[in-house]
Design a protein around this ligand. Structure first.
Ligand SMILES: NC(=O)c1ccc[n+]([C@@H]2O[C@H](COP(=O)([O-])OP(=O)(O)OC[C@H]3O[C@@H](n4cnc5c(N)ncnc54)[C@H](O)[C@@H]3O)[C@@H](O)[C@H]2O)c1
Length: 283
């Protein structure tokens, strides 16, 4: 669909879960001929909720095998987004395998560790901010260092950074203070980096989905329904009722927006945080 993506190289972070947004983004880019570095943490670390099953390495390998059916040009890499040296090595693995890096999709995120603000521990707060915001900064920093060594490509530019924000990048909600703060922060990072990197023809944007029923999304639904004293059906009906297009998001909706922002057709778009929310969020 976007011929100018053929042969580009992308790192997609947090892409090692079957039902996740990262895997869908990787599949979509692979269909357009992008060479893929599929990343996930591959282990449970710190204040990660074990019940959410954060990025098991076996699942990362299985997702990579699925994408190998689309393209042979795929490799995997494990790194903790909170550790700068590991993130630097992740960028290095793109260069080692494919000789360059054109696209970074900052998708890894912790969307659990929810609870009342007055009960949040420093470890929970730090985990969410460190993965969602500091990790995205580390990835951006090392990806851009590599992109700046590369030539500008006609009608495309020198690089693309797309970060996965959230409806929580634009609006607040109860019981999610650290998550919302981290996702608002991503918008600020996106805007500032877009201004700084524009002269080098590197575009920096965010995609902001509302609800998508991934593994993380299912966990959030169960948590929020319980917190509001609703059944899961009541909670989901109320959510659909707020969305003008009448359904929750699908992973493909976010993947399609990412592919567009990575393509040459979006070369004049930077600093945007694009809602993909069926009209639920409009600013
Ligand atoms: N599902 C939704 O409704 C929704 C809505 C808006 C935004 N998002 C965002 O989309 C992104 C993907 O979410 P998803 O729903 O696919 O969930 P997911 O849990 O499938 O994906 C998140 C990935 O991040 C990885 N990760 C977590 N901590 C990490 C760390 N320290 N280092 C490296 N990787 C780490 C996890 O292992 C996981 O694979 C997240 O940034 C999330 O906040 C999701």
């Amino acid at each position: 669909m976007y011929p100018d993506l053929d042969g580009k190289v992308a790192v997609i972070t947090g892409a090692g879960r079957h039902r996740g947004l990262g895997a869908a983004i990787a599949r979509k880019l692979a269909e357009d001929g992008v060479r893929i570095v599929l990343h996930d943490i591959g282990r449970v670390a710190g204040a990660m909720a074990p019940e959410h099953g954060v990025g098991k390495s076996t699942e990362l390998d299985q997702v990579a095998d699925e994408i190998r059916a689309i393209t042979p040009h795929i490799t995997t890499c494990q790194a903790d987004m909170r550790v700068e040296s590991e993130v630097e090595a992740l960028v290095g693995s793109a260069v080692q395998h494919f000789g360059k890096l054109d696209i970074l999709v900052n998708n890894a995120g912790v969307g659990f560790l929810f609870g009342p603000l007055i009960d949040q521990t420093q470890e929970q707060w730090d985990t969410v901010l460190d993965v969602n915001l500091r990790g995205a900064f580390f990835a951006m920093k090392h990806a851009v260092r590599q992109m700046l060594k590369q030539e500008e490509q006609p009608n495309w530019g020198r690089g693309r950074i797309v970060s996965i924000g959230s409806r929580g990048s634009k609006s607040g909600s109860a019981l999610t203070s650290s998550y919302i703060a981290s996702k608002h922060g991503l918008v600020g990072l996106t805007r500032s980096a877009a201004i700084e990197l524009g002269p080098q023809q590197i575009t920096v944007n965010a995609v902001c989905p509302n609800h998508v029923t991934t593994g993380l999304g299912s966990w959030q639904n169960d948590y929020m329904a319980k917190a509001r004293g609703q059944t899961l059906d009541e909670y989901m009906d109320a959510m659909r009722g707020r969305i003008p297009l009448g359904r929750v998001g699908e992973t493909a909706d976010t993947a399609n927006a990412c592919a567009f922002l990575c393509s040459g057709q979006a070369r004049y778009i930077t600093g945007e945080s694009m809602n993909v929310s069926g009209g639920e969020e409009m600013h």
